[in-house]
Design a protein around this ligand. Sequence first.
Ligand SMILES: [Zn+2]
Length: 61
Amino acid sequence: MGEVLGFKRPRPSEKHRGKTLCRSNFHKWEVVKDKQFDVRQGRLITVLRCARCGEMKVKAT
Ligand SMILES: [Zn+2]
């Protein structure tokens, strides 16, 4: 008793807001390597990376 819980409100930082978007699958994709030849797939791919969370994905060109 005597302790007030929930008084301190966590302030969401810019970074946190971005990650919230990322979790909702709204990544900020940026091209890392455009039209790179993937030997395993035997075709051209584009490597994309999210500027916020750093997640990477590969898109077939
Ligand atoms: Zn992201």
